[in-house]
Design a protein around this ligand. Structure first.
Ligand SMILES: Cc1ncc(COP(=O)(O)O)c(C=O)c1O
Length: 310
């Protein structure tokens, strides 16, 4: 086992000193061996990936689909994403210039922040929220500005956003939104989003909108802020939750072409491209599996209702 040279003990990116390993992951590891436990730790669907999706992925391997894919993603998958977002969420993205396929939404979040932030910048993050945003922002030398939403049913109000923007000044470069929210499950209404969009459109600000749970909602329609403010939004989603494909690692990010062009470089230098078979499986899921999340949601809702308070 190699021992690190003592001269290298202090040679590393010092922004790592402000980070800690993921608490939810270590808790998950600690309790995973308890017999019969129902884990509500990481966002991991316990349903299987649909058969037609698995078959498409397997066929891609057997058909020797083994060469480097286009860096921004296979054209058939980018087309499928563009069509899916149009049909499901009324969004209009050009598959060629406004969509990048990433290694899960995780890479999309990283690439988004690396593309728009410089050292010393700030990002508004409504809390409580998914823990991953904080280390990514910090590792890039930027600062997350937490805004507690617990006094407003876990929804960021336009008043609080405005107040925070006025206080923090022009170093705020982005507002992070995650809805339906992890861990609160809270959905933003069309009106909530329109009011936030009205505040944001007056400023030099990006919205990084993580909508990975958008296809799993219980009796409410999902709206995207990208519909109201496409010119300032980086829209992030993926297949992990909608089609129970966490291990495939397929996500995507969409936005105006000039910023997507810059982001494509970050993505290409980091990973080149997402795995071919996973991309083909994802294309099948989005083209022919629009009903899959609907069926899965029925199962989740039945379970949720068992635990629901009246
Ligand atoms: C809100 C949120 N965003 C992003 C992710 C990461 O998703 P992916 O598996 O696509 O990287 C998760 C995973 O739990 C999540 O809960």
């Amino acid at each position: 086992m190699p021992k690190l040279a003592s001269s290298l003990n202090n040679v590393y990116n010092k922004s790592l000193d402000s980070l800690a390993p993921s608490g939810i992951r270590s808790f998950d590891k600690k309790i995973s061996n308890i017999d019969g436990i129902i884990k509500l730790t990481i966002g991991e669907p316990d349903l299987n990936t649909p058969e037609h999706v698995k078959k498409a992925g397997a066929d891609s391997i057997m058909n020797n689909d083994s060469h480097y894919a286009t860096q921004t993603g296979k054209p058939e998958l980018r087309d499928a994403i563009s069509n899916y977002l149009n049909k499901m969420h009324n969004l209009n993205y050009d598959a060629e210039s406004e969509v990048v396929v990433t290694v899960g939404a995780t890479e999309a979040i990283y690439a988004a922040f690396q593309t728009i932030l410089n050292k010393g910048d700030k990002v508004i993050v409504p809390t409580p929220t998914f823990a991953l945003y904080f280390p990514i922002i910090k590792i890039l030398g930027a600062t997350p500005i937490k805004v507690d939403t617990s006094d407003n049913d876990f929804v960021l109000s336009p008043e609080k956003l405005k107040e925070t923007l006025d206080k923090e000044g022009s170093s705020v470069k982005a507002v992070l939104l995650n809805y339906p929210g992890n861990p609160t499950g809270v959905e933003y209404s069309k009106d909530d989003l329109q009011k936030l969009a009205n505040v944001i459109k007056e400023r030099k600000l990006f919205v990084v909108s993580d909508e990975i749970y958008s296809d799993i909602t219980y009796n409410v329609k999902h709206y995207s802020i990208a519909e109201m403010l496409p010119e300032q939004t980086l829209y992030i989603s993926g297949l992990s939750k909608s089609h129970a494909m966490t291990g495939y690692r397929v996500g995507y990010i969409c936005g105006p072409s000039p910023i997507i062009k810059k982001l494509s470089m970050v993505h290409a230098f980091l990973v080149t491209a997402t795995t071919n078979s996973a991309q083909i499986a994802a294309a099948e899921a989005l083209k022919n599996g629009m009903q899959d999340p609907v069926e899965m949601t029925k199962i989740y809702q039945k379970r949720r209702d068992i635990c629901k308070r009246d």
